[in-house]
Ligand binder design. Structure first.
Ligand SMILES: Cc1cc2nc3c(=O)[nH]c(=O)nc-3n(C[C@H](O)[C@H](O)[C@H](O)COP(=O)(O)OP(=O)(O)OC[C@H]3O[C@@H](n4cnc5c(N)ncnc54)[C@H](O)[C@@H]3O)c2cc1C
Length: 465
């Protein structure tokens, strides 16, 4: 059940946005005993951890895979019931002109593949993994990922592709981003493989909502925060649909640049801080094609997650090109939702740039959406030759779709590049009671990154109350 807004409501903390960072922060603060209000502009919770229904299908938007660390975070900050539903995806495949391999994506299996299939000496593989493990956020190593790859595997574009492609899809990072953004995320995945939530995103949101309500969080859906209210550089409330709600602190899960520029207003920040804000790059967005298989039809098990490309070599720019020949397929078999009617779905995901889609008129937009649908289905036919006849429903999302549902600038899937983290962490030094948690700095994105950052920010906020 969600609440209705009334004038004169007072809370300790207003959380703006119900992405995984906002949800987790709200739950954590409520468990500490604070009065927490959670405002979400959309009519469902989850942000980019989204799902939607069409006919008898439920499509998951970002449930492609996350690191094992989610088990610990969910157990600690949510419930054993949620944590116990996290299961490993066993079949991860890479199919491209340079190699065709299948892996469990564990360190052990990856090491074996690098040694046996790519002929790399075991000491080199070990020292590469150790180097990544030792990477620390506070190190002042400004080398980029390309430098690290060249140091360990010079000239081996096939190895670079194997190591980089999954992370480029996981957080939008490129070979030219800070190596730390690669090292931390790759190491997170490379421990024990890739995991998913059994029951789907819809069940996860149901369980999280139950937990939030049990802990006393007041949830307001369809409630877009228009303004964060200040009294001489101190947060005093939020305005929603013209109604002012008082609070002592705000934790914004809206995009960090939206938080500064629109929810607060640039005029409230120091010029030194604004220089950094102006220099913060927005990360890329995504396109997706959702493919529902007719009820009663089946498809063979072709793997859980397939990184596929027709491009000769890995190229960070090609991966998000308007005409990219690279995409991932996530396969949803009946095991995804074992308690429901057996259904099959496939989601193709591509990285994408906002400007390629924003510049199109309505007709071109429709045409280009149909193009990515056709390209994705044609590519899927290489794995499931008769899939076309089995399709019951197909539709596409673009950066504009992600913008519509989250309000994130440029429909970004992964927040900001590295420098956004400093902005996010520095908000409370500029305005008392103002905190941010959500995808920033590449590191804090993805389900695990966002959830853990929610806890870090909530902890900092709580110690200020
Ligand atoms: C296509 C795609 C695939 C992905 N796949 C994976 C994957 O397989 N594994 C993985 O780990 N990660 C994946 N991710 C990334 C992951 O989903 C995100 O990093 C994570 O969910 C972001 O959480 P967040 O807390 O930053 O907030 P978001 O999910 O971005 O949510 C922010 C929320 O704030 C709300 N909001 C904004 N402004 C306001 C306002 N003014 N008032 C009220 N509400 C507001 C929005 O509506 C939204 O609900 C994927 C992302 C995309 C787009």
């Amino acid at each position: 059940m969600t609440k209705n807004l009334d004038r004169g409501m007072t809370y300790d903390v207003a959380v703006i946005g119900s992405g995984l960072a906002g949800l987790t922060a709200a739950n954590y603060l409520a468990k500490l005993g604070y009065r927490v209000a959670l405002f979400e502009q959309h009519y469902v919770l989850g942000g980019l951890a989204a799902y939607f229904s069409r006919k008898s299908h439920i499509f998951d938007v970002s449930l492609h895979g996350f690191p094992v660390g989610m088990v610990k975070s969910c157990r600690k900050y949510w419930s054993p019931e949620i944590a116990n539903r996290i299961v490993q995806l066993k079949r991860v495949r890479f199919v491209n002109p340079q190699f065709d391999i299948e892996t469990t994506f564990t360190r052990e299996d990856f090491t074996k593949i690098l040694i046996e299939k790519f002929n790399i000496e075991s000491e080199r593989v070990e020292s590469f993994f150790n180097k990544l493990r030792q990477m620390n956020f506070y190190d002042d190593d400004r080398r980029c990922t390309r430098d690290i790859f060249e140091e360990f595997f010079p000239g081996r574009s096939d190895v670079h592709r194997l190591l980089m492609e999954p992370i480029a899809y996981a957080n939008g990072s490129t070979l030219d981003d800070e190596a730390i953004t690669y090292g931390i995320v790759f190491s997170n995945f490379m421990g024990k493989g890739v995991y998913t939530f059994e029951g789907g995103t819809d069940l996860l949101m149901e369980k999280m909502t139950e937990e939030l309500m049990r802990n006393g969080v007041d949830i307001f859906k369809r409630s877009k925060v228009e303004k964060i209210l200040l009294d001489s550089a101190q947060v005093v409330g939020v305005r929603i649909n013209g109604v002012d709600v008082q609070c002592h602190a705000v934790l914004s899960n809206a995009h960090v640049l939206n938080t500064v520029e629109n929810l607060v207003g640039k005029e409230h920040f120091s010029s030194k801080f604004l220089v950094k804000v102006n220099g913060t790059r927005i990360n890329n967005s995504s396109c997706q094609v959702y493919i529902g298989i007719k009820p009663g039809e089946t498809i063979d098990d072709i793997g859980d997650l397939i990184f596929t490309s027709e491009n000769e070599r890995f190229d960070s720019q090609e991966l998000k090109d308007f005409h990219t020949k690279s995409r991932t397929f996530s396969l949803y078999y009946p095991k995804t939702r074992p308690d429901k009617q057996p259904m099959y779905a496939v989601v193709a995901s591509m990285n994408a740039n906002w400007n390629d889609w924003d510049r199109l008129d309505d007709e071109s937009y429709r045409r280009e959406k149909n193009r990515i649908i056709e390209e994705s289905v044609r590519c899927l036919e290489q794995f499931i030759p008769d899939v076309r006849q089995k399709i019951d429903h197909v539709e596409a999302a673009t950066p504009k779709t992600f913008f519509r549902y989250t309000g994130h600038p440029h429909g970004t899937s992964f927040g900001t590049k590295f420098e956004g983290l400093e902005i996010s962490m520095g908000l409370s030094d500029e305005i008392q009671g103002l905190y941010h948690a959500g995808s920033v700095g590449i590191i804090m994105s993805g389900w695990l990154g966002a959830m853990n950052y929610g806890i870090i920010a909530a902890h900092k906020l709580a110690s200020s109350l």
